[in-house]
Design a protein around this ligand. Sequence first.
Ligand SMILES: CCCCCCCC/C=C\CCCCCCCC(=O)OC[C@H](COP(=O)(O)O[C@@H]1[C@H](O)[C@H](OP(=O)(O)O)[C@@H](O)[C@H](O)[C@H]1O)OC(=O)CCCCCCC/C=C\CCCCCCCC
Ligand SMILES: Nc1ccn([C@@H]2O[C@H](COP(=O)(O)O)[C@@H](O)[C@H]2O)c(=O)n1
Ligand SMILES: [Mg+2]
Ligand SMILES: [Mg+2]
Length: 209
Amino acid sequence: MAKIFQVSARAGMTRVVEPVARGLLRAGVTPNTVTVVGTVGVLVGALGFGARGHLVAGALIVTVFALTDLLDGTMARMSGGSTRFGAFLDSSMDRVADSAVFGAVAYWLATEGNHAGVAAALLCLAAGGLVSYVKARAEGLGMTCNVGIAERTERLLIVGVGGLLTGLGVGPALPVALWLLAAVSVFTVGQRMVHVYRQARQLQPDGQR
Ligand SMILES: CCCCCCCC/C=C\CCCCCCCC(=O)OC[C@H](COP(=O)(O)O[C@@H]1[C@H](O)[C@H](OP(=O)(O)O)[C@@H](O)[C@H](O)[C@H]1O)OC(=O)CCCCCCC/C=C\CCCCCCCC
Ligand SMILES: Nc1ccn([C@@H]2O[C@H](COP(=O)(O)O)[C@@H](O)[C@H]2O)c(=O)n1
Ligand SMILES: [Mg+2]
Ligand SMILES: [Mg+2]
């Protein structure tokens, strides 16, 4: 389900992303520059605006710069191929950006005295990091791990909608979104562990389980 959403959302964005990617390449901008600038933009939106309670501005700025994550890979492919360092940089910067988003939300909820909300945000931070780590470790061991109901896009969308609604006056939306996200993130960690366990069993010779 999550995959179907991602694939169709991505296909819908292609018409916008490809001309922008072509223009940036023509202007001499590299994919790695887009990766870094996109991350800096998310940091500004999350830490500069979200953490200070400007939730609508924060969510909108984070959304714009998070979407540049679709641009860098497209540019890399258009300019004759992705690079190993580019793939490493892209994934690493995703973790920086995600940490800033959930750190900012936790900080703001702390200033509001919403301790339960802080706990939910920290759970999202830890579980979201684990979701990505499990995949990276599996891939490092030669397996695949492209499964799970709450991959990065879904996680950002859930916190984004929650942040936007709370910023627009629906007070409990963000804490509710965070508890929901914490639950689906923990579930996703489980899905990925099971997926890797099954692959590892198939790859391992009998008697070495
Ligand atoms: C303002 C909020 C209201 C909501 C409005 C939503 C508007 C958004 C408009 C449209 C949504 C379009 C969705 C785009 C769909 C993109 C689909 C896609 O293919 O995504 C994947 C892509 C690239 O991923 P990568 O392969 O480069 O990254 C991998 C990923 O990081 C893996 O992580 P894992 O899933 O395992 O955890 C890694 O494992 C892997 O290594 C790595 O390669 O894209 C993205 O990730 C782009 C996501 C863009 C989604 C933007 C939505 C942002 C919405 C709200 C954010 C607001 C945050 C709010 C902050 C609040 C502050 C107070
Ligand atoms: N600076 C970059 C960024 C990405 N890549 C390659 O693109 C893949 C990710 O594509 P997205 O469209 O999802 O961003 C990534 O795995 C790399 O192969 C790159 O080469 N340089
Ligand atoms: Mg990218
Ligand atoms: Mg990225």
